[in-house]
Write a protein that binds this ligand. Structure first.
Ligand SMILES: Nc1ncnc2c1ncn2[C@@H]1O[C@H](COP(=O)(O)OP(=O)(O)OP(=O)(O)O)[C@@H](O)[C@H]1O
Ligand SMILES: [Mg+2]
Length: 309
């Protein structure tokens, strides 16, 4: 019992989606700048000017092939510290694959990914999460038979310093960490607006709360970079609006956010910059207003059902 799977990989999400790879736990302290606009005004186009532009994550000329499919074709982009970067593109464009490469689920065919300048390729998922990346999944993955609180504790536990023997002996330091972890887990559940569900089994939570719980679990690892794979999928407009506000607040807490989202309106409203993929290639990388009027992007989205209206 020396190791607990903190990746969520062994758990099938209650939504029962197929596995798509995992990752997502311990991390170093969050970095980034503090609150920018507490009022939560939509990130203005060109908001990057008000923000520092130190690169946190660099995706550098990444190619990912699966047999004959080139899911990522020489993709390069940067996520700057303190920003909310949107990653969009039609179905099959390579967005989730990009997350999987970044988080160590897949080793890219060629190319490199760096976090704070440190190469991530060929590191394990656990190492990468410890370095500061956490993610959520397109298909929800929780430990269904654990409570909401326990699911979040999986994230906080991963940051504990106590050795396994220390934990088994329940040394004072371990007990102290345990208490702090529980307090933090409660705080994160409250932050995500699901504090009252702490003692409910994850599988019994309504769908939207499961999505929020996944974010709470990812935040528990205190990531520098939080990667959200379509977190608003299946939400109604009011829920989307709330989530958008939460994403802003997460950034304002000091975390950098990389957001995959199909709802163009949501993406435009919350992101500072948007990277667009199509057939594994990057076709745009600009502020929202520019992306919206980019003919290549418009063409890529033609006929693709989304909420772009
Ligand atoms: N493990 C895999 N094995 C083989 N092909 C894969 C694998 N993962 C992804 N692909 C392929 O890579 C391409 C990109 O898929 P990916 O899931 O990254 O797209 P996406 O942009 O996330 O799409 P969606 O919006 O539908 O979630 C697709 O052609 C997909 O079939
Ligand atoms: Mg996807």
């Amino acid at each position: 019992m020396s190791e607990v799977d903190t990746t969520g990989e062994s758990a099938m999400g209650p939504a029962g989606g197929p596995p798509e790879g995992a990752a997502g736990e311990p991390a170093m302290g969050a970095a980034g700048e503090p609150a920018k606009d507490a009022a939560g005004a939509p990130a203005a186009d060109g908001a990057g000017t008000a923000r520092q532009t130190r690169p946190l994550l660099e995706v550098d000329d990444v190619v990912m092939r699966f047999g004959g499919v080139t899911a990522l074709d020489h993709v390069s982009f940067t996520v700057n510290e303190g920003e909310i970067l949107g990653l969009i593109g039609p179905n099959g464009a390579g967005k989730t694959t990009c997350f999987n490469v970044m988080t160590g689920v897949f080793r890219p065919t060629t190319g490199q990914v760096r976090l704070n300048g440190r190469p991530l390729v060929s590191r394990s998922r656990h190492q990468i999460t410890r370095l500061g990346i956490a993610r959520t999944f397109q298909n929800i993955r929780l430990f269904p038979e654990m409570t909401a609180l326990e699911n979040v504790l999986v994230g906080t536990d991963a940051r504990h310093r106590t050795s396994v023997p220390g934990a088994l002996l329940r040394l004072p330091r371990h007990r102290k960490e345990e208490r702090a972890g529980r307090a933090k887990a409660h705080e994160l559940l409250d932050f995500m607006g699901i504090g009252s569900t702490a003692n409910q089994l994850a599988r019994n939570l309504p769908y939207g709360d499961q999505r929020r719980l996944e974010i709470a679990r990812a935040l528990a690892t205190e990531p520098a970079l939080l990667c959200l794979d379509e977190p608003a999928a299946g939400f109604n407009p009011a829920e989307k609006e709330e989530l958008l506000e939460l994403i802003r607040r997460i950034r304002d807490r000091g975390q950098t956010v990389l957001l995959i989202e199909h709802d163009m309106r949501l993406v435009m409203g919350v992101t500072d910059r948007i990277v667009v993929l199509e057939f594994g290639r990057k076709i745009a990388d600009a502020v929202p207003a520019e992306v919206r009027s980019d003919p290549k992007v418009v063409a890529a989205y033609l006929g693709v059902p989304d909420d772009a209206a």
